[in-house]
Write a protein that binds this ligand. Structure first.
Ligand code: GMT
Length: 379
């Protein structure tokens, strides 16, 4: 099949899911064309059947805001025609589903009918999409999609609660992970560089936005260090990074916290991690937690949104109410205190991650593509 993929190319989870799915499809022999404003961070261009087309938005002094949707929909039209694309898959509704719909309409004028699959990821529904300034356009473009998927049951429920969308329109297709990559012999586990043998290594990975409750991450870590010697790896970048650094200084834990910035070597970091923290206000799925679990890293998380679908309380980690830092500290200490308990949770985390193995999910997307393609060809 020839598939066009639209996504955000940044370190966010939706871009990672889109990229990993595209790569998996390409490895299965599909021709996959990524169309976005920059090469997605995890996209390996050396894989056969992978193509990347950059959307550039010409600047003009009249524009206060550059019309990205216009450039994207025009680019989609060109690429879909040039490569005879059969299915368009857009990740993150805003503005991708809207631009995709416009491309579909332009192509229909020329007798080209291409189905569009929209995958909802989280903040496109719960935070941004729900804003009154966007809501009518988001509702419209979701409803116009030939198929809509959401990355968790919780996100589907949120979408149905917040938008006028029929119940049967959304199929839950959970995010996934390639379990064959965990325990990769090529990944060097350089634990000794990061911490002393007596210290536990705790990790947080995110885009450092308010929804991630970065201050709670630091408070939980501080609480843990009152019981157990530990180091905290803060991976990623975003608006709250400098506040986080300040907080560490104020709490007197500056030396124990390492800010690593955005990284393409998550597997190397997770390989020496003992615990992952994800105390988010809201999380449609929590891909970062799943990535940790596949490397055998148990998770201390909040119980919001789709996280309980991923992290199992008392098995792969523990869940607490949003903001309940003391409970999260107590649970973290429970896991970290004894080597035997930690080993058990590490094994459990791996076992839980295996439920989301990529080999189970990619065929579900292929089925969806085939279905929408058949429907469009019949109409
Ligand atoms: O806001 C973010 O965390 C980024 C966002 C994205 O689009 O990259 O993440 C969302 O999609 C991920 C992949 O499906 C999910 O794992 C995250 O839980 C979700 N974030 C939120 O719902 C806050």
């Amino acid at each position: 099949m020839r598939i066009a993929v639209v996504c955000y190319p940044t370190f966010g989870g939706s871009g990672v899911v889109a990229t990993e799915l595209g790569i998996a499809l390409a490895k299965k022999g599909h021709d996959v064309h990524f169309i976005t404003y920059r090469q997605p961070v995890r996209l390996d261009m050396l894989i056969p059947n992978i193509h990347f087309h950059e959307v550039s938005v010409p600047e003009y002094p009249l524009f206060q805001y550059q019309p990205y949707e216009l450039a994207l929909s025009s680019k989609l039209v060109r690429i879909i025609k040039k490569f005879d694309i059969q299915v368009l898959h857009v990740h993150y509704a805003i503005p991708h589903a809207y631009a995709g719909y416009m491309a579909q309409q332009m192509l229909a004028q020329e007798g080209i009918h291409i189905p569009m699959v929209t995958t909802l990821h989280g903040t496109d529904i719960t935070l941004v999409g729900n804003h009154p300034q966007y809501k009518p356009a988001v509702t419209f473009s979701i409803n116009q999609s030939n198929a809509v998927t959401s990355v968790s049951q919780s996100l589907k429920d949120d979408t149905l609660r917040l938008f006028e969308i029929p119940d049967n329109k959304i199929q839950v297709v959970p995010n996934f992970i390639d379990i064959s990559k965990s325990g990769d012999k090529e990944v060097e586990c350089q634990r000794h560089i990061m911490a002393k043998p007596t210290e536990r290594i705790i990790t947080h990975i995110s885009n450092f936005r308010p929804v991630k409750r970065i201050d709670d991450v630091i408070k939980i870590f501080k609480g843990i260090t009152e019981h157990i010697p530990a180091k905290l790896m803060m991976v990623g970048d975003g608006p709250l990074q400098s506040d986080a650094r300040k907080q560490c200084k104020e709490l007197g834990i500056k030396e124990q916290v390492i800010f690593m910035g955005n990284s393409n070597e998550i597997d190397k970091i997770l390989c020496f991690s003992d615990l992952f923290l994800l105390p988010s206000e809201r999380e449609s799925f929590g891909l970062a937690a799943l990535e940790a679990m596949v490397h055998g890293v148990p998770v201390i998380s909040s119980n919001s949104g789709g996280i309980p679908e991923v992290n199992k309380h008392g098995f792969s980690g523990f869940l607490s109410d949003v903001g309940n830092v003391s409970d999260m500290v107590a649970n973290a200490v429970k896991i970290l205190k004894e080597d035997a308990t930690l080993s058990l949770f590490k094994e459990n985390a791996k076992a839980q991650a295996a439920i989301f193995d990529i080999t189970k999910i990619v065929p579900v997307y292929e089925e969806i593509y085939e279905k929408v393609l058949a429907e469009v060809l019949q109409s």
